[in-house]
Design a protein around this ligand. Structure first.
Ligand code: NAD
Ligand code: K
Ligand code: MN
Length: 345
């Protein structure tokens, strides 16, 4: 590869403030990676209100045909149904078959010699569960009734299971926790649980991974009581969404937690947080989640050295420079933090 074509989709709200920060971090890498070429692409609620479509065809075509990878910011999805609108990120994950959402949650202790209290990866299935968005409302004997379809397939559970085993195998502790609620949902979560467990029998190398199982509610409890017990967690879509936001609270802020949406042929970095309308426009959004998402994307593409350079720079700025945005208790602006990280890179 001579160059790396990266689609940039800031979308809505603070996505517009933090994706440019991630771009500067990548540019600072110099010759550690093939020459990056950035392509600006649009999507989101603002795009929808302006053009009538949340995810323009051109954005999808360019991602599919011209890009090696992409960075996505955040969308503002209204909680009330807006006719004709549906979330472009949920659609993109499906269209590009980005079936795994990988979310490392790591605490940075002020003392570099002290081990991290939290050091885990939440592996979230990204294409099904309640996110198939098949909802209906009817009127029953006692009034309105609403139902949603929750889809779990063997295929999706097996491939997310494989991804989780691979990730666990690459870590020192090699520990995997399978999250489910099959005491209540024995058919759907039962299939998820069995499919993931069956992955271990398919490849002898996975024998090295220690597997535990946990009900999702008690997993949340233990996550808050003793987060250090977790290494890699694998979960169906909704549980994974909730668990990774919860885990973010343990490391200070959603503003520092990165993710990638990964498939077999494409990877898209994305901060875990949303569009944060409460702080948008003030220049105080934490750029760390997006910058770490860029690193994670590069790591996934095989550029581990470049990813380490970004991650180390971020750690130094948080730990040594103590340059913190308000979500972490500081007063620094997005731009100051970004400049400090770029300098460290
Ligand atoms: P949110 O993540 O946008 O914000 C939650 C809280 O965390 C807010 O107080 C916000 O200020 C803070 N926060 C988040 N990111 C931050 C950052 N980088 N720096 C500093 N503080 C940060 O979640 P929300 O408020 O529940 O949702 C707002 C909108 O975002 C909604 O429309 C929702 O649908 C959307 N959303 C999108 C995604 C996505 O793009 N994948 C994910 C979650 C929420
Ligand atoms: K996001
Ligand atoms: Mn979420």
């Amino acid at each position: 590869r001579k160059s790396l074509t990266i689609g940039l989709i800031p979308a809505d709200g603070i996505g517009k403030e933090v994706i440019p920060a991630a771009r500067t971090a990548i540019e600072a890498l110099g010759s550690d990676i093939p020459t990056p070429k950035f392509v600006d692409l649009i999507a989101g609620f603002e795009t929808f209100t302006r053009t009538g479509v949340a995810l323009p065809e051109e954005t999808v075509d360019v991602l599919k045909n011209d890009c090696d990878c992409a960075l996505f910011g955040s969308v503002s999805s209204p909680s009330k149904k807006v006719v004709g609108y549906s979330s472009p990120i949920v659609a993109l994950r499906k269209i590009l078959d980005l079936y795994a959402n990988i979310r490392p949650v790591v605490s940075v202790s002020p003392n570099p010699k002290e081990p991290s209290k939290v050091d885990m990866i939440v592996v979230r299935e990204n294409t099904e569960c309640l996110y198939v968005k098949q909802e209906q409302q009817t009127v029953g004997e006692y009034g309105k009734e609403a139902r949603a379809t929750r889809l779990i397939t063997e295929r999706a559970s097996t491939r997310i299971g494989k991804m989780a085993f691979e990730l666990a195998l690459a870590r020192p502790r090699k520990h995997l926790t399978v999250i489910h609620k099959s005491n209540v949902l024995s058919v759907t979560d039962g299939l998820f649980r069995e499919s993931v467990r069956a992955v271990q029998l398919q490849d002898p190398k996975f024998e090295a991974v220690t597997v535990a199982e946990q009900l999702v509610d008690s997993a949340v409890y233990r996550l808050f009581r003793e987060p250090q017990i977790y290494d890699v967690m694998v979960a169906p879509n909704l549980y994974g969404d909730i668990l990774s936001d919860a885990a973010a609270a343990l490391v200070g802020s959603l503003g520092v937690v990165p993710s990638v949406n990964a498939g077999d042929n494409f990877v898209m970095g994305e901060p875990v947080h949303g569009s944060a309308p409460d702080i948008f426009g003030q220049g105080i959004a934490n750029p760390v989640a997006s910058i770490r998402s860029a690193a994670l994307m590069l790591r996934h593409l095989g550029y581990a050295e470049a990813a380490n350079r970004i991650d180390n720079a971020v750690d130094s700025v948080l730990r040594e420079d103590q340059l913190l945005t308000p979500d972490l208790g500081g007063t620094a602006k997005t731009q100051e933090v970004t400049e400090a990280i770029v300098k460290r890179i």
